[in-house]
Design a protein around this ligand. Structure first.
Ligand SMILES: NC(=O)C1=CN([C@@H]2O[C@H](COP(=O)(O)OP(=O)(O)OC[C@H]3O[C@@H](n4cnc5c(N)ncnc54)[C@H](OP(=O)(O)O)[C@@H]3O)[C@@H](O)[C@H]2O)C=CC1
Ligand SMILES: CC(C)=CCC[C@@H](C)[C@H]1CC=C2C3=C(CC[C@@]21C)[C@@]1(C)CC[C@H](O)C(C)(C)[C@@H]1CC3
Length: 418
């Protein structure tokens, strides 16, 4: 019998039934999107134009390439880091240590890919392999999650996550049981969240850009914008790698199928949807419209980065001159809550910025199809759900002080709307 934790956390995602449905629905959605992007009608809703047979999904070459990619990223993770950061305090009052070398991994990967290309590596052939690559990534996520589930059987109770330990195997497999599964210094969740999937996303985008250049003589302006915006997003995440140590995924959620599949399969193969769409459905974009889209992305990035940095600076050192003048509310835990600056505008200004950027990533694809707007729709649902989960946790943590914060900052994500 799996060890369960003290008082049981309320079940999320519709409990075991919801988790079972998501285990099938998430991979099915990812394959639907991959097929729809390359089909003529590019329909988001409605059946795909064709169903691929096993021969289109299974390729030993894709498996080799995928394993080589995971191996390369793992090797880069183990290289000496410019800094080793400490995570949040755990239940047993210890803190884990994490290497800060994600940006270095991005740069080294770019150099290696550049070297490979100059030696004849056909990056433009990658778009043809997206289906089999997504298939092996999905298989890996299932097998890896099974390993994580088994590993948690022998983990001490103090290492388990608050959710994901209900005793129902399907629910716990989906949500994840252990908070920070590791082998020695190698932290699986931290590695997966920022390396193979996020850097893989940029590489797939770049391959789609190269393929477009091969097909049409040069990449389109729309393709350049999508590549540029998403590279900025990934580069920013890796540059501010340490900030991930305070996110809900690292501090609260167990590592199970949801995050493993999300990190290594969902992110690279669905977040590159706009570039996939553009390869098969070229769009002409004029300079005035491109400038407006750049402005929208810049506004989104400014809010996203400003809000995330303000909170991280405040959490690290509340007397830092950049945040010392901001108004705060004291809580019974000794920690304070910001009520002015970005966090006085809405209760999740970072989500607002992220959503504005999501809009800017879809606009270069025009308005003839709904498909490239999938990311915006999915992301809105994800962030609204995430915001509700975070509110519940904050109310539990901060009680009356949180209620006071909600009274003073009544809007959650969008001022005067939500
Ligand atoms: N591209 C993608 O697919 C995804 C992107 N994201 C992005 O990841 C980033 C991190 O998001 P996420 O981890 O959800 O949450 P946040 O970074 O918003 O962190 C929420 C936590 O911040 C602290 N907090 C809340 N309000 C205040 C306040 N007023 N003053 C000080 N601290 C406060 C609380 O923790 P405490 O008090 O304990 O510090 C709360 O639990 C966001 O920018 C989001 O947009 C997220 C999910 C998916
Ligand atoms: C539908 C499904 C499979 C859900 C799983 C959700 C995950 C895909 C996301 C949960 C939180 C994420 C974050 C990022 C990527 C997506 C996932 C893993 C993130 C790494 C993207 C870059 C950002 O700058 C970030 C570092 C703030 C962010 C952290 C959360």
């Amino acid at each position: 019998m799996a060890p369960t934790q003290g008082p049981r956390a309320p079940l999320e995602f519709g409990g075991p039934l919801g988790a079972a449905a998501l285990l099938l629905l998430l991979p099915a959605t990812m394959f639907h999107l991959l097929l729809a992007a390359r089909s003529g009608p590019a329909r988001l809703l409605g059946p795909p134009a064709y169903l691929p047979g096993l021969e289109a999904l299974w390729s030993p070459r894709a498996l080799l390439l995928w394993l080589a990619w995971l191996g390369l990223q793992a090797a880069l993770y183990l290289l000496p880091a410019r800094k080793v950061a400490e995570g949040q305090e755990l239940k047993d009052e210890s803190r884990l240590r994490y290497p800060i070398n994600g940006f270095q991994a991005l740069v080294l990967t770019a150099l290696l890919v550049g070297l490979g290309m100059s030696a004849g590596l056909p990056l433009g052939a990658l778009p043809e392999m997206l289906l089999p690559l997504a298939f092996v990534a999905t298989l890996t996520a299932f097998i890896f999650s099974l390993f994580l589930y088994m590993k948690a059987q022998v983990a001490p109770v103090s290492a388990l996550a608050p959710g994901g330990n209900s005793g129902n195997p399907i629910y716990d497999f989906f949500l994840g049981r252990e908070l920070n599964p590791r082998i020695c210094f190698f932290d699986f969740k931290y590695f997966c969240e920022l390396r193979p999937g996020l850097i893989g996303w940029v590489l797939i985008n770049m391959a789609l850009l190269m393929k477009e250049a091969e097909l049409r003589g040069s990449p389109s302006l729309a393709m350049w914008l999508v590549n540029g915006f998403q590279l900025l997003y990934v580069g920013d995440a890796l540059w501010h790698e340490e900030a991930i140590l305070t996110t809900m995924d690292i501090t609260h959620d167990g590592f199970g199928f949801m995050l493993a599949f999300g990190d290594i399969a969902w992110v690279p193969f669905t977040y590159s949807l706009q570039a996939q769409f553009l390869l098969h459905h070229p769009q002409s974009l004029g300079l005035p419209m491109a400038s407006v889209i750049c402005l929208i992305n810049a506004i989104g990035y400014y809010i996203f980065r400003g809000a995330n940095s303000q909170k991280n600076t405040f959490r690290k050192n509340p007397s830092d001159p950049r945040v010392a003048g901001l108004e705060t509310i004291s809580t019974a835990t000794g920690r304070k809550l910001l009520v002015s600056g970005w966090w006085g505008m809405v209760r999740h200004p970072n989500y607002l910025g992220d959503l504005i950027m999501a809009l800017a990533w879809s606009l270069p694809c025009g308005v003839s199809h709904l498909l490239p707007y999938f990311y915006l729709l999915y992301f809105t649902a994800l962030l609204v759900h995430r915001e509700a989960r975070d509110e519940r946790q904050c109310l539990q943590k901060y009680g009356l002080a949180w209620q006071e914060y909600c009274r003073r900052v009544p809007y959650r994500i969008m001022p005067y709307i939500y």
